[in-house]
Design a protein around this ligand. Structure first.
Ligand code: FAD
Ligand code: PHB
Length: 388
């Protein structure tokens, strides 16, 4: 087989890149390890920056998002059960869109089906060949047969555990990592959200987040210890603990129900540099991971796709130098989101062994946010998303 761009990974970044390239007449094939149901069953991000919304619109996959998603003009922060609002719209003129990653992925699959872009599911043993030459290729097994795709470019959209990043030689790749000493326990329940906007809650018992997908689907998170077992968290224990950590008014009106999904995710910041080696370009989680506190993971993936799509279309239009700037351009924006997610995480979580000094600094940060529009504007500008 031959194609112009071979995309490894059929998550949001791989599918969106394929869609955008297709719109510009550039051919791509997507290779995905799992089946489609598996990809669509993963409950992940829930908040889209407006730049992501506009990117999905430009890609022609925004119709259902506008019909079923909910724009949010602000959010609540709380500390020790006392909350205040950050008005994104007043401070930045921008909103965010609450629309699940699962739905974004669904819309992209529908668009790919309609246009006939090939997505090969269930591929195994993906290996990248000669990425540092002008004749790269990808080999894999699909439906019992060994296959090879020759291409011009390879997009490594295969997430943190993919093969693309490891293809870059160790003496070229530089990685930066911070592991946080806690995880997030997430619950999805078919109940009305406790608040019309998100609540990010700092509490001495640990962080909590009240999020949502739609009027009858809520997503809640609790900070838990890294060694906490999911079996130890019955629904009752989860709801009781959530009530303790959020503002009283919210706790009193919380509607609980059986969880339909429950999982624990560790928190990590990670960046791999450079994001391009020869004809291989890393995109999204393959190159960087953020803790979910700033709601940046999916949005960063969309940003990378924006830059790579731009570079590839320019390259095919006769400007090969555009691709040389991809890694540098993307990383400038990535590092700002890494900083923001780290800062949100640092301010809102209870750290094991936190000293009284660190505790007071955290309280001062949150108080500053409450009283200062400048501090709020800084948070708001980063949360709604920095420009591409
Ligand atoms: P992925 O979504 O990871 O997609 C990569 C794809 O590549 C997958 O479908 C995978 O199956 C496939 N793949 C991997 N290896 C191979 C291979 N060798 N061959 C072929 N295919 C392969 N972000 C937020 O903003 N908010 C959140 O609340 C949030 N929650 C999260 C919870 C969890 C448990 C995780 C893991 C992430 C979460 N994120 C969140 C981050 C966000 O979901 C990611 O940033 C986003 O999915 C990145 O998209 P991606 O396409 O780059 O990578
Ligand atoms: C979510 O809805 O899953 C969500 C929202 C905001 C975050 C993280 C996760 O910061």
């Amino acid at each position: 087989m031959r194609t112009q761009v071979c995309i490894i990974g059929g998550g949001p970044s791989g599918l969106l890149l394929a869609r955008m390239l297709h719109n510009d007449g550039i051919e791509a094939i997507v290779l995905e390890r799992h089946d489609r149901d598996h990809v669509l069953a993963r409950i992940r991000a829930g908040v889209l920056e407006w730049s992501s919304v506009e990117t999905l619109d430009r890609a022609g996959v925004g119709r259902r998002m506008h019909a079923e998603g909910t724009p949010h003009g602000g959010t609540y922060l709380s500390a020790q059960n006392r909350g205040f609002r950050v008005d994104y719209e007043a401070l930045t003129g921008k909103r965010v869109m609450v629309y699940g990653q699962t739905e974004v992925t669904h819309d992209l699959y529908d668009a790919m089906d309609a246009e006939g872009t090939p997505v090969l599911h269930g591929v195994a043993g993906v290996t990248i060949g000669n990425p540092d030459s002008d004749a790269p290729f990808v080999t894999f097994r699909h439906q019992g047969a060994d296959r090879r795709i020759d291409c011009d470019w390879i997009a490594g959209c295969d997430g943190y555990h993919g093969v693309s990043r490891d293809t870059i030689p160790a003496n070229v790749l530089k990685t930066f990592e911070k592991i946080y000493p806690f995880g997030w326990l997430g619950v999805l329940s078919e109940t009305p959200p406790v608040s019309h906007e998100l609540i990010y809650a700092n509490h001495e018992r640990g962080f909590a987040l009240c999020s949502q997908r739609n009027a009858m689907l809520s997503r809640y998170y609790l900070q838990v210890a890294l060694d906490d077992q999911i079996e130890a968290w019955s629904d009752t224990r989860f709801w009781d603990e959530l009530r303790r950590r959020i503002p009283e008014q919210a706790a009193d009106s919380l509607v609980t129900g059986p969880s339909i999904e429950k999982s624990i995710a560790p928190l990590r910041s990670f960046v791999a540099e450079p994001m391009r080696w020869g004809r291989l370009c890393l995109v999204g989680d393959a190159a960087h991971i953020v803790p979910p506190t700033g709601a940046k993971g999916l949005n960063l993936a969309v940003g990378d796709v924006h830059y790579l799509h731009d570079a590839l279309t320019r390259a095919y239009a006769g400007d090969p130098a555009a691709i040389d700037r991809y890694s540098e351009t993307a990383l400038v924006r990535v590092w700002k989101a890494i900083r923001f997610s780290w800062w949100m995480t640092s301010v809102l979580h209870k750290f094991p062994g936190q000293t009284p000094f660190e505790q007071r600094i955290q309280e001062a940060e949150i108080n500053l946010l409450e009283v200062s529009d400048t501090a709020k504007a800084n948070l708001a500008e980063n949360y709604v998303g920095l420009p591409f």
